[in-house]
Every structure is written in structure tokens, then in C-alpha cells.
Design a protein around this ligand. Sequence first.
Ligand code: PHE
Length: 341
Amino acid sequence: MESQILEHKNNFLSALKGVSDNAALEALRVEYLGKKGYVSAMMQSLRGLSGEEKKAAGQLINTLKNELDTAIRAFSENLERAKLDKLVASAREYDVSLPGSGSYGSLHPVTLVQREVEEIFVSMGFSVEEYPELTDDFNCFEALNIPAHHPARDMQDTYYLSNGQLLKTHTSAAQNAIMRKYGAPLRAIFPGRCFRNESIDACHENTFFQMEGIMIDEDISISNLIYFMKTMLSEVFQRDIKVRLRPGFFPFVEPGFELDISCLICNGEGCPSCKDSGWLELCPCGMIHPRVLEMGGIDTARYTGFAFGLGLTRLAMMRYGIKDIRDFNSGNLKVLSQFKS
Ligand code: PHE
């Protein structure tokens, strides 16, 4: 019996060396420790033995059983550990900074237009600034020459928070902070998401993107404003864009304008898209009101500046011929996946 046990043990150990996965380990376990395995067969063969012999041999077989069991467990743990090590090693090899090989989605049309406009303004010496979506009454209104009870506040239905803060209704809310941060001279653009309590239809959304720009320096005039807007828009639309200014009222600019561009469909000839006028309304703008400059800590005896509030969502609609503004926030992949670059 002893030699039989030893033989089984040696055979088992050499078979174990060849095991490389859990399935092979389980097969080996069944072969030795299963109901019809060697160990159980040996136990059964004890039946014919006398009491003492039976006890001694039984103990030996039990010891073998325990040894095999322990060896199998240890081996199984090693297999798991090796699997994990392999995983960790491959994760280490994985360079997260490498570009992906597949195409996983696409950039949002507003992001595409935003990046395009940013690039153009950066090439003209503007910096790109960030500003939070959550702000307060001072930055969104007071600092822009819109005092409490001023009728201009009716122009925007604002989402107020119970703590007195509000969701910014326009990117102009960042003007004061940026003037205070950098002082003059200053060239900055600040894109951002804005919120107004609008009822939604094909042309109106309660959440939309704007790109504000300000330029403050000595001798800044309306012609600078026209030049920068014309250059930027001609680049975005890849053709010579004509611009014109009409008077517009905003308390934070004086004079204030609505900037129109020559119609993109008919090039100014007149068509249904521009209601036969040849012009499309694009962007409010103006010369920054001296009070706004003052509140931003700018010396108004020396500096003047212009500001514009480009509707990025509207620009994206024009750029890509998107007819319904609701498509932007719909998350509709049929719409968005068309913008794979
Ligand atoms: N903030 C204004 C709006 O959202 C737009 C604007 C910006 C007008 C800068 C003039 C100058 O309606």
C-alpha cells in the first residue's frame, strides 16, 4: 500500500507540473480525489484488510488525500495570481497617452466651431479664458451696468439658486473678473454655456453656448471691432464675409450694435433665408461702457475697448446647416455622429 501511495503521489506531482489552467487542474483533481478517483479506489480496497492494517493504511491514504488537496489549492492560488500579474503587467504596458486606434464617437458641432474660433482669435493674440457656469448677481448684472430693477434684467429670464447664486445668462458675466485679473491692455475670449428660462422651440433653447470677446487698449475703436469680426468670420466660413453694424441696446456697451453678416446662402443677393434683405443677424457687440471698465479697475482716461457676444450655438447652426436648435442637446447619435472628423 505504501509503495502504491508513493507512486500516486509522484505521478500526481509530475502531472501537476504540466498543468497550465484551471480546467486541467480540475481534471487532475477529479482523477485523484473525485468519487471514482485513485484515492477513493484505494480506500475501497481497504475493505478486505484487518482492523490494524486498515487503520494504518487508512491514515496513510488520508495523509495523501490532504497533501493532494493542499497542493491543488496552492496551485490554484498560483494560477490566479499569475493571471492577475499578467493583467497588471499589460496594464502597465498600456500607454494611456497614445491616441486610440478605433473611432470612439465624435466631437460635438459646438465644440468644433468653438475650437475653430478659438484658434483664429489665438492667432490674433487673444487668450482663451474659463469662467464658471455658476455666478452671482454682481458679475452677471451689477458689474455690467445693469443695476437692480433696471428694465434690461427683464431681457433675460434667469435661473436663480436658492442660495442667491444664478446660472450665468451670458458670457458677459465673466467680463469683470477677467478685467480685474489681467488689467489693460487686454485681449481675451471666453466661451461658455449659458442658461435662460426660455420656452424651447426650433430656434430657442434654455441652454446654449456663447463666445465672448473683449479687447481693451489705447485707441481701440469701432473699426477695430469690425476688422476682428470680419477676419474671424471670413476664416470660419472660408470666404469673404461682409459685415454691417446696426444700433442695438445693451447697458454694458455704448454705443451698442447688432452685427449682421452677408447672407451665406445668397451672398447678399437676397433669398428666403435672409428674408430678401441679403443680411443675417449674427452677434451683438459694442464699445465697452466706461462704467463697466471702471468697475473692472481699468483706467478709462487711457483705455477703451470693444466687446462682442457671439452665439456659438447659432454659429454652429449656420456653419453646418442645422435647422433645429434642439438637435444640439438631444444626444441623438444620428445627428452627432455626422460630425466624425
Ligand atoms: N451679453 C449679451 C447677450 O447675451 C451680448 C453682448 C455681448 C452684447 C457683448 C454686447 C457686447 O445678449
